[in-house]
Design a protein around this ligand. Structure first.
Ligand code: MTE
Ligand code: HPA
Ligand code: MOS
Length: 749
């Protein structure tokens, strides 16, 4: 089954936020923001802006009726800066006018004066100055201090990993309009409708029941709208309430890039110890996370960096420390992988450095240390149903790693100005929100008298195909044609207290709730049919209901109307809670994940050693999707995640000036992979497994894990560079842009 949105997307018929027909009298709003990264505000001159024809008003912190606060985990983020500026792009106030254009003109007329303060953009510097969002966290397993003795090889080093711009195609936006009794309807492009509802209620000093948030779909979120869609919706709601008019906000791309946080850059120190037979005995790592100016989701992201610090490897002695460092950058936020990819990059860098020092191939070390059932992750969860070795085995045999190695070697011998490289990239990613409390969801199903069905869940469709999966669930339980089923928008009046659609858990959590609701309804309908047929067993198939001996049959529509006439409830609301999981932060031990997703990829690249450019010849993946419920959707997620991961590791470079100003603030200066940057060949095979019960229909979560195959892109390029320039000392700092590749190709030793 193809994605149910595919046709309308291609035809341009899908409705995004900016496509909502405007209500008569709609106003537009535009924030104005700090043009310095750290300062005291000494004056704000709004006079000229306010007098511009078409401008209705300009709102500041003092105009907020409730709290000037939108921080979700830690209340450290004002909606509008009142006294002190903490990052370049921080909103100070909101301009409201009859059009976006007039707001833009007014923005140029606003003068803010500042007393400048020192700017910190580097997490190590912040850590030295004790600028921390929370105290450091540490995961330990075994005894690292004692383990070094048993190691033949001990390698130390450090790495830098840059951030990443989400670049959702639809920029941030919201549209709010007042209803009759002081309540508000808010259309928002958010992954977290409840987060938006809660923040609007707090800022406007209203009870949550007065705020209705509706989400039809997102033109991409990738984590960038998990927490950071809130601010814009709150602004639109504030303006709507202040003027009692519908108000819309839709960010220009450059404002979006300047004002929003990105994937967290990290810098890390590591020390890794191996035995003679390449067993990793000890691993010590310290992560310095660049959180930006306020917490946002950084503390949770930090946690996932620790959870994934050993990737798919079993290491008996681990000490992993992570610092959440406060800097004068926009608050960094969730991005596909949620800190996991950064944690994994460091262990992969450590393995590559160790391999280079020992004089072997990194895959020899990777292969020798893959997790297996009964091993313990550093956070205490015991490995169950591990697929790391199986993925590796199938990947390297189906795609013949030995032949890849021989071909690369032969090519490099025969060619001077082109070199090839390869890398194998295993992935192990835990599924569940690391914050156990967030792992629950709800679904609401109505069957109407004509037999048509409408479904609401807490899941937000952002291109990942969750609505298609929800539709399949209903179809399979009721056995009716998909045209009879409609997946409605995500709405806080229909589904309350949602967790954001995130952590790749959207389909599992909401799908399980939906399954429960549908099963309850089917049970009720079954009883009606049993009485009608006077039979014990009935089956729902192809729009009909059959008695078990197939002697009797009625249509779904007929059964529904019979149930209605017998006063049987045709609506159901269900609540699902992930069982088994728990975590004790005071001990940093527990069982935080419902299950893990595994896989392995072989990436091969050709580097042009005159230009420093590169092209990926192939990426070949064996992925553990359990018993995939939709291979079309899942393969789309794998391809998309992979290319997004490759982009992060190669072309995409977020650059801030020393003063904290975003330099790469447009698509002319921030390069994302285009169709030419996509590997020439992407081959995906799925492991033939039955899948875990905690996954929806035993079909494992797929949203984030494939991004991490992209990590191998860095190391494949490095291998090619080393073939050209074998003796230079090369750092391991991502991304490996063509400029950096060129510098490394000609680096002196
Ligand atoms: N795929 C598309 N097309 N667009 C997106 O914004 N977000 C990713 C992933 N795949 C995203 C996507 C992220 S960050 C997550 S957490 C998951 O989808 C969320 O959806 P799921 O929980 O339904 O997998
Ligand atoms: N993953 C993604 N998003 C989240 C998480 C998580 O573990 N926790 C809170 N938001
Ligand atoms: Mo995804 S980063 O969990 O929204």
């Amino acid at each position: 089954m193809i994605n149910i949105d595919a046709q309308n997307h291609v035809k341009g018929k899908s409705i995004y936020l900016d496509d909502i027909p405007e209500v008569n009298g709609t106003l537009h709003c535009l924030p104005f923001y700090a043009e310095t990264a750290h300062a005291h505000i000494t004056g704000i001159d709004l006079q000229d802006a306010k007098q511009l024809p078409g401008i209705k008003t300009v709102l500041l912190a003092g105009d907020i009726p409730g709290e000037n606060q939108i921080g979700s985990i830690i209340p450290d983020e004002p909606l509008f800066a009142a006294h002190e500026i903490h990052y370049w792009g921080q909103p100070i106030g909101l301009i409201i006018g009859i059009s976006e254009q007039v707001c833009r003109r007014a923005r140029k007329l606003i003068k803010v004066s500042y007393d400048e303060l020192p700017v910190i953009t580097c997490p190590r510097e912040a850590q030295k100055q004790n600028q921390l969002i929370i105290p450091p966290r540490k995961f330990t397993l075994g005894n690292v201090a004692q383990a070094w003795e048993a190691c033949t090889h001990i390698i130390e080093g450090s790495t830098d990993i840059n951030g990443q711009e989400h670049l959702y195609i639809e920029t941030q936006g919201a549209y709010a309009w007042p209803k009759e009794d002081g309540s508000l309807y808010v259309a928002s492009s958010t992954q977290g409708p409840t987060a938006v509802q809660r923040a609007i209620a707090a800022v406007l000093n209203l009870p949550m029941h007065k705020i209705e948030v509706n989400v039809v779909r997102l033109g991409g979120g990738f984590g960038g709208k998990e927490d950071q869609a809130t601010m814009w919706a709150v602004m639109a709601a504030l303006a709507a309430r202040h003027l009692n008019k519908p108000v819309k906000i839709s960010l220009h791309r450059m404002d979006d890039m300047c004002m929003t946080g990105k994937r967290h850059p990290y810098t890390a120190d590591f020390k890794i110890g191996l035995t003679d037979n390449l067993k990793i005995m000890a691993y010590e790592v310290t992560h310095f996370q660049n959180a930006g100016a306020s917490a946002d989701l950084s503390t949770s992201v930090l946690e996932r960096t620790l959870f994934h610090s050993t990737n798919a490897y079993y290491i008996p002695n681990v000490e992993a420390t992570a610092w959440c460092c406060k800097t004068n950058l926009p608050p960094n936020t969730a991005f596909r992988g949620f800190g996991g990819p950064q944690g994994k990059f460091v262990i992969e860098a450590a393995i590559v450095k160790a391999a280079e020092k020992i004089g072997i191939s990194p895959d020899d070390i990777q292969k020798a240390n893959l997790v297996t059932d009964g091993n313990e992750f550093p956070y205490g969860q015991i490995v169950q149903d591990a697929r790391a070795k199986q993925s590796w085995q199938e990947c390297t045999s189906i795609y013949n790693l030995d032949r890849v190695k021989q071909e690369v070697e032969a090519f490099n011998l025969a060619n001077k100005s082109y070199k090839k490289g390869y890398a194998v990239q295993p992935v192990c990613f835990g599924i569940s929100f690391t914050n156990t409390m967030m792992n629950h969801a709800r679904a609401l199903v109505h069957i109407y008298q004509d037999g048509s069905v409408v479904v609401s869940t807490g899941a937000v469709e952002m291109g990942q195909g969750v609505n298609t999966k929800m539709l399949q669930i209903v179809h399979d339980i009721f056995g009716i044609n998909t045209e009879k089923i409609r997946i409605e928008s995500t709405n806080t009046l229909r589904i309350a207290n949602t967790s954001p659609t995130a952590a790749s858990a959207g389909a599992d959590l909401n799908g399980k709730a939906l399954e429960m609701a549908c099963n309850t309804l089917r049970k009720r309908l079954t009883e009606v049919a049993q009485r009608h047929f006077d039979a014990n067993e009935v089956a729902f198939r192809d729009g009909n209901i059959f008695s078990s001996d197939k002697s009797q049959q009625i249509s779904w529509e007929k059964l529904v109307i019979m149930a209605f006439q017998q006063r049987v409830a045709l609506s159901e609301h269900a609540h699902y809670v992930t069982p088994v999981i728990h975590y004790d932060k005071s001990k940093e031990k527990g069982h935080p994940f419902a299950y893990h997703v595994y896989g392995a990829a072989i990436l091969q690249v050709t580097v042009d050693c005159l230009k420093g450019t590169y092209q990926f010849d192939s990426v070949r993946i064996v992925h553990d999707s359990g018993n995939s419920m939709n291979l079309t959707v899942d393969n789309g997620q794998i391809e998309g995640g992979l290319v997004q991961g490759i982009g992060w590791m190669t072309l995409e470079e977020v650059v801030y000036s020393k003063q904290g100003k975003l330099i790469s603030n447009a698509l002319s200066t921030y390069k994302v992979p285009d169709i030419y940057a996509v590997p020439k060949e992407i081959d995906i095979r799925h492991l033939d497994t039955i899948g875990p019960d905690l996954a929806i229909k035993k079909s494992k979560a797929v949203g984030e894990p494939p991004l991490m195959y992209g990590l191998g892109a860095y190391f494949a390029i490095r291998k090619a560079v080393k073939a050209f320039n074998p003796y230079a000392e090369l750092t391991i700092d991502a991304p490996y842009t063509p400029e950096k590749v060129l510098m490394d190709l000609y680096k002196k030793h």
